[in-house]
Design a protein around this ligand. Structure first.
Ligand SMILES: Nc1ncnc2c1ncn2[C@@H]1O[C@H](COP(=O)(O)OP(=O)(O)OP(=O)(O)O)[C@@H](O)[C@H]1O
Ligand SMILES: [Mg+2]
Length: 370
């Protein structure tokens, strides 16, 4: 997968920016606030139809403007090309086109041009609440498998209906009866989502363990994911047990939408014990795993977007990580990589990425133009 060109109009601080990317490595450097992460955010949005930083409908539109427009030109490994545009106005109305044809559902875009983002903005995956980890894995698994995505969407639809029933003002006995009717389809969809999630997660975890071992045999990192019930009967019992409290709280408190995935560093949960650098290294190894996992599952090598390369890592870890990225890139053959940094000297001094005879370098000025 490659992005060859990006155009941005009124996106974040970019009034009008055009960038060409190298098929190998592109380095974007500039001061804090010059608009580096915004470039990666635009590429991600063209891949996924959504930012990785915000869900707010106006955040992406340049202050004072009424809409933004971004366009990317992509190329697949068999040289087939596509262009994607995304625009949005202040009311939140989003328009996406693929090869100039408008699409109506974001899911039509999923899997067309894949990217993996490694950014400090994503640190919530290891530091934040369960929803961050659920969303992270749901996104990867949905890109790999339409059936996973459909399973997720249909579970969410039934869950939404059950929750809106829990919110109505009917008397409790009537509610209890109606809730019971909803339990059956909820369990069916929920269990089927659980089984798929468990299977995908097991595969991902074995990729992760291999990646960690290749990086450093002495590191003891692990990921654990357990189903909260082993069969549909058990699921049903839990739902019935929780009916009264669900009615009180007005939402469904049991099911795959409450899953968590646990990350361990030396048998301790990184969420509660990890240092900044350990969090960053764990995230980096997750991201490398994501890259390998998506490559194998989709038969397309995602574009690797590395934001703020050296933040929170000591020099030795940075070097080791970069060498590792280089090594796996060589193994995986062509992975297009786009790196942002505030410090180009750091990359040069350490002699990173020397195997690339051609590197595109873009120096961003503070107003976001290159
Ligand atoms: N909607 C918007 N309109 C105008 N400017 C914005 C908007 N959203 C963000 N900005 C500004 O755009 C600038 C660029 O942000 P961005 O996060 O891309 O910078 P960066 O180069 O990654 O900085 P850093 O090195 O600190 O990570 C920031 O000054 C930010 O405040
Ligand atoms: Mg940034």
């Amino acid at each position: 997968m490659e992005i060859n060109k990006l155009e941005m109009i009124s996106f974040r601080n970019h009034k009008k920016t055009k960038i060409k990317f190298n098929p190998g490595l592109t380095i974007i450097w500039g001061e804090n606030g010059s608009g580096k992460t915004s470039i990666l955010e635009a590429i991600h949005s063209l891949s996924y139809g959504k930012s990785f930083r915000t869900n707010n409908k106006t955040d992406l539109i340049k202050k004072g403007d009424k809409n933004f427009f971004i366009k990317g030109f992509f190329k697949n490994k068999n040289n087939s090309k596509n262009s994607v545009t995304l625009s949005q106005d202040t009311s939140g109305l989003k328009k996406i086109t693929i090869n100039k044809k408008p699409i109506t559902k974001r899911k039509e875009l999923l899997g067309l041009n894949n990217v993996v983002v490694f950014s400090p903005e994503e640190e919530e995956i290891t530091k934040g609440s369960p929803i961050n980890r659920r969303n992270y894995f749901d996104k990867i698994f949905s890109i790999c498998s339409y059936s996973y995505l459909n399973e997720l969407l249909s579970y969410n639809k039934i869950l939404k209906q059950r929750n809106s029933l829990l919110r109505t003002e009917k008397n409790t006995i009537k509610k209890q009866k109606e809730i019971e009717i909803w339990n059956k389809p909820l369990i069916q969809k929920g269990f089927s989502l659980w089984s798929k999630r468990k299977a995908m997660m097991n595969e991902f975890i074995s990729f992760f363990i291999k990646t960690v071992n290749r990086f450093d045999k002495n590191l003891k990192l692990d990921i654990k994911y357990d189903l909260k019930s082993q069969n549909e009967e058990e699921y049903n019992i839990k739902l019935i047990e929780k009916t009264d409290s669900d009615i009180k709280k007005k939402h469904t408190s049991f099911g795959p939408h409450r899953d968590d995935v646990f990350f361990f560093w030396d048998q301790k949960q990184i969420k509660n014990h990890g240092s900044q650098g350990e969090h960053k290294l764990f995230l980096a190894l997750l991201k490398i795993t994501e890259q390998l996992f998506l490559s194998q599952k989709t038969q397309k090598t995602p574009i690797f977007l590395i934001d703020d390369m050296f933040a929170n890592l000591d020099k030795e870890r940075s070097k080791k990580l970069l060498r590792f990225v280089e090594a796996f890139k060589n193994k995986e053959k062509k992975t297009q990589t786009i790196i942002t940094t505030t410090n180009i000297v750091n990359i040069k001094e350490n002699g990173f990425f020397l195997e690339f005879s051609e590197v595109n370098k873009h120096h961003l000025q503070i107003n976001g133009t290159t």
